[in-house]
Design a protein around this ligand. Structure first.
Ligand code: SF4
Length: 378
């Protein structure tokens, strides 16, 4: 439901992803944020974050969030803005994580990226010993009685065969297990991420989705649906559910720019929180243009940030899928593959992902020109 006539924004904000910094200690193969760090002086602090609206959930991310020296103040402010605050981390800074949780306890949560078993994780991240540190953090928090903990990975060639073991580990520890797939975008400073052995990755996700369907927890059945959506994304197909970023969810850049998301070709700021109030940003013409771009977005990404609340808001399709695969025992099938991938993940006719992205961009801009010409009065 739109809040003000003439604006498509919703007043209730479901989700905000706060990018605390673009500094990072890791050097992941699928992300070049570490090559493009922010300076601490450019990063907004607790004072600016206090101007955020109230919302359902906040994900505090980076870069590596635990590089922020003022993280405790930031977390304190964000807790006053959202019912749930979850920090994403690469799990390198053991002592810093434990100190923060000693202070904030069960009022916050954490998701650690573990990009495979030790060989794959440390290879992908470029941090020898990173897997050990991440496990140290998880087991310590678990012992401390922290409830909202979990880990997850971005599925790619180098770690597809570890998905099963990581899921089993999460189940044994009774913690959440999250999955994502490679994306190319301005946020990651990447346009050459690709998956060469798509079949292996699809098999891993299919097995995971089937395992989740065997669970007794309702939540896991919808996680299976999310993983089916990842398979669909990897096959280059249209999203299973609409994207409503910038309508009821947003990203905040370290410099205070409010963005629809982190998946577009280029950042499309709605406004800037250091110079404007939230209402000035959210109910502006600039924000409306960004929302129109979201509604016409061809990127078709499938990330928890833009999917989680859509599953809750449009439950019929996910429920129908769950009923078919849980109770009617239909096999989970890999969706057919599209001709090309909106993120260039499988290249075209053995072209590189970079070349594919270039062709997709040309095709999209031609389509936009044709649409503009069709709009002109005769
Ligand atoms: S589909 Fe488009 S608007 Fe939606 S999250 Fe992806 S890039 Fe952003």
């Amino acid at each position: 439901m739109a809040a003000y006539p003439g604006y498509t924004a919703e007043r209730r904000i479901h989700f905000g992803s706060i990018i605390s910094t673009y500094r990072c200690n890791a050097k992941c193969n699928m992300c070049n944020i570490w090559k493009n760090p922010t300076r601490p002086s450019e990063e907004v602090g607790a004072e600016t974050l206090a101007r955020l609206p109230k919302m359902d959930a906040i994900n505090l991310t980076g870069g590596e969030t635990f590089l922020r020296a003022d993280l405790d103040e930031i977390v304190t402010v964000l807790k006053s803005r959202a019912k749930r605050v979850v920090i994403s981390s690469n799990g390198w800074f053991v002592d810093r994580v434990i100190r923060l949780f000693e202070k904030h306890g069960n009022t916050i949560g954490i998701r650690i990226s573990i990009e495979g078993l030790s060989h794959a994780n440390d290879g992908i991240r470029g941090t020898a010993g990173g897997f050990d540190n991440a496990i140290r953090i998880l087991t310590t928090l678990y012992e401390m009685g922290i409830k909202d903990i979990g880990f997850g990975l971005t599925v790619q060639d180098a770690n597809a065969r570890d998905v099963k073991e990581l899921y089993r580990l999460a189940r044994m520890m009774n913690v959440e297990f999250a999955t994502a797939a490679l994306h190319n975008s301005f946020y990651f400073h990447k346009d050459d991420n690709r998956i060469d052995s798509v079949e292996q990755t699809l098999d891993a996700l299919k097995e995971l989705a089937s395992d989740l369907m065997r669970s007794r927890r309702h939540k896991d059945w919808f996680r299976a649906y999310f993983n089916y959506g990842l398979m669909n994304y990897l096959q280059g197909r249209e999203r299973l559910l609409p994207c409503r970023m910038a309508h009821d969810a947003f990203f905040l850049e370290p410099n205070g720019d409010v963005l629809p998301c982190n998946g577009m070709d280029r950042p499309m700021p709605l406004g800037n929180l250091t110079r404007q109030s939230w209402d000035e940003i959210w109910y502006s013409e600039q924000a409306e243009s960004a929302r129109a771009a979201v509604r016409n977005c061809k990127r078709q990404c499938w990330m928890m940030g833009s999917v989680g609340q859509e599953i809750k808001k449009h439950p019929l399709r996910p429920i129908e899928w769950v009923l078919k695969h849980k109770f009617l025992k239909q096999e989970i099938c890999v969706p057919p593959r599209a001709e090309c991938h909106p993120h260039g993940l499988f290249g075209l006719d053995s072209r590189t992902a970079r070349e594919t992205m270039r062709l997709i961009n040309i095709r999209n801009s031609r389509a936009a020109t044709v649409a503009r010409q069709a709009d002109k009065p005769a």
